[in-house]
Design a protein around this ligand. Structure first.
Ligand code: GTP
Ligand code: MG
Length: 280
């Protein structure tokens, strides 16, 4: 898969993460619950050192509940703090604030014992479009920071103070400079972490169909009334012709069909899907 990006920019973003990590007490690492492994940057630990970290599995409304349970057990067994949320549902805010508070309870107690009036500070990090800013708005109870359904919405850092006294640092999404793994790159495209205009959407749609045929054949078959044992390009052509994504001469309008398939996934029209399982 030919994914282009701008290494200089991304390296700068990681450097910024490293700098910001020094001025916060803890990290909230947001993972899209549809592809948690793809969202995890292998350079993360070396970038942020040993600050306390809580993993936030977001967009749970779109994710496979069975696989989410497997992820929760994985974090539990590793002793990692984590919380599951749907940031677009405001009712979820309380449990995240409690989870943040419990991760930093020792530090808060230390501040109190010394009479230090200092807020506990969290930096919210994650790949572009995973919902960092939406989580911050959810916790603050109002639209404090800008959000949007494309990557690269947050351009700079921004502090948000919560009523509970916690301070959250919103940051631009960070990718890593190189993808060794095609599956990782493809899943980051599916969830909209990589800009659609730097990838070949036809290739992305074919890859999405192929991965769904393997992992969620029923969902694929039901949505498009097709046989998921067919090849991805056959299924693609079938969708294009059934839905009328055709050019004047009757040829397939591959771009329009590709966008429609990827959009179906992003909007949850293919059902609740999670591609990644935790490492064994
Ligand atoms: N369905 C669903 N959509 C969500 C959820 N959380 C965020 N979104 C949507 O995901 C899109 C991206 O959200 P943002 O909060 O802007 O993402 P971000 O991580 O701040 O993105 P960048 O600033 O570009 O890195 C928006 O359209 C949100 O409405 C969720 O839990 N469920
Ligand atoms: Mg943002």
């Amino acid at each position: 898969m030919n994914v282009q990006w701008f290494p200089g920019h991304m390296t700068k973003a990681l450097r910024m993460m490293e700098e910001n990590a020094k001025i916060v007490d803890a990290i909230g690492y947001v993972l899209d619950a549809r592809a948690p492994s793809a969202c995890f940057n292998p350079q993360f630990t070396s970038v942020v050192g040993n600050k306390p970290c809580i993993f936030i599995l977001n967009k749970c409304d779109l994710a496979d509940p069975y696989k989410l349970d497997v992820w929760c057990k994985y974090f539990q067994n590793k002793g990692d703090a984590f919380v599951k949320i749907t940031a677009t549902a405001s009712a979820e805010a309380g449990k995240v604030v409690s989870a943040f508070a419990s991760l930093t309870s020792e530090l808060s107690a230390k501040y109190r014992a010394k009479g230090i009036l200092k807020p506990v500070r969290f930096m919210i990090v994650g790949v572009p479009n995973c919902g960092k800013s939406t989580i911050i708005n959810c916790l603050s109870g109002k639209k404090t920071v800008i959000t949007g359904d494309k990557p690269g919405v947050t351009k700079g850092k921004q502090w948000v103070r919560l009523q509970s006294g916690l301070e959250l640092l919103d940051t631009p999404g960070t990718l890593w400079p190189k993808f060794d793994d095609e599956l990782v790159a493809s899943r980051l495209c599916f969830i909209g972490s990589i800009k659609d205009d730097v990838v070949d959407m036809y290739e992305i749609a074919l890859s999405l169909i192929a991965q769904l045929a393997e992992l969620y054949p029923k969902n694929l078959a039901e949505r498009y009334n097709t046989d998921s044992r067919k090849n991805a390009d056959e299924i693609f052509a079938e969708i294009a012709s059934k839905r009328g994504y055709l050019l004047r001469g009757g040829e397939i309008d591959a771009e329009r069909c590709a966008k429609a398939v990827v959009d179906d996934f992003r909007k949850g029209k293919l059902g609740k899907i999670t591609f990644d399982l935790p490492p064994a």
